[in-house]
Write a protein that binds this ligand. Structure first.
Ligand SMILES: [Zn+2]
Length: 269
């Protein structure tokens, strides 16, 4: 994260007022709030998860949010994608969400990219982030985000929701990764999406709230409760389980990031 000594980045009186209920918290002081203000967060996917987690981070005072999504808003999105109204049908999700976030909190910077994350653009968008939030709807993008986050040692908080079930996990530079947990050859072709399997309105919002919560804990307090852990939330029983997962010694993503990081050390002066 950036140096927080820059006086230009100190909180204004308006910001102190806006975030006063956080600053009042035991264990969450002005420095924690300033760390949020300095943070850059990339949100991959402006769907059911991305809409809600982005809004929470914007309201909480994360200084810079970048939204990546190529899709336009459809009627069937409105049931759960909280940033959109019938008036927005046909418009780009990333653009409408970014405008809403700017309106909600004029003290933050919001950028958006109308594109799919791919092997050509992912490096550029991911490498400068303090944390990446994945809430996309397909495995190809999930594996790519995981690999590029690992490559640049950018922390990843990955959330998914389908049917009545939600999942959340965190990948950090030295932890097991998404592909350790879900080896590609076993999961790449599953392609479970809300469009095929359905999803209750509240499920993605529930998981997005946990994803945003974890992001705030990480950025403000450097806490990583779900590092190398998978949280499973069952929307029928309301039970939650947290499972630890280990590094897979055969994981190609972890092997590649090891060699990249040793190269970086080799080239240090
Ligand atoms: Zn791995």
């Amino acid at each position: 994260m950036n140096d927080i000594s820059n006086t230009e980045l100190e909180l204004s009186d308006d910001e102190m007022h806006l975030y006063s209920r956080q600053i009042l918290l035991d264990g969450w002081d002005i420095e924690a709030q300033e760390r949020l203000k300095l943070a850059n967060v990339l949100i991959v996917g402006a769907g059911g998860i991305g809409c809600s987690s982005a809004e929470l981070l914007a309201r909480a005072g994360v200084g810079k949010l970048t939204i990546v999504d190529a899709d336009t808003i459809e009627t069937s999105n409105l049931q759960r994608q909280m940033a959109f109204t019938p008036h927005d049908i046909g418009q780009f999700k990333a653009e409408v969400l970014a405008k809403r976030l700017t309106m909600l909190n004029p003290h933050i910077q919001v950028e958006y990219v109308i594109a799919k994350l791919n092997e050509i653009n992912a490096d550029e968008w991911i490498q400068s982030q303090d944390v990446v939030l994945d809430g996309c709807d397909n495995f190809t993008t999930r594996y790519l985000v995981n690999a590029v986050c690992k490559k640049y040692a950018v922390p990843l908080i990955s959330a998914s929701a389908i049917g009545f079930q939600g999942q959340l996990l965190m990948v950090d530079a030295d932890s097991a990764c998404y592909e350790c947990l879900f080896p590609k050859e076993q999961h790449a072709n599953e392609g479970l999406r809300c469009a095929e399997s359905g999803v209750l309105a509240s499920t993605p919002v529930m998981i997005a709230s946990l994803q945003a919560h974890h992001t705030l804990l990480f950025l403000g307090l450097n806490l990583t409760p779900l590092k190398s852990k998978l949280l499973l939330w069952d929307g029928l029983t309301l039970k939650q389980r947290i499972l630890h997962f280990e590094k897979d010694t055969n994981c190609p993503t972890c092997q590649a990031s090891l060699s990249v990081n040793s190269l970086k050390f080799d080239t240090l002066p």
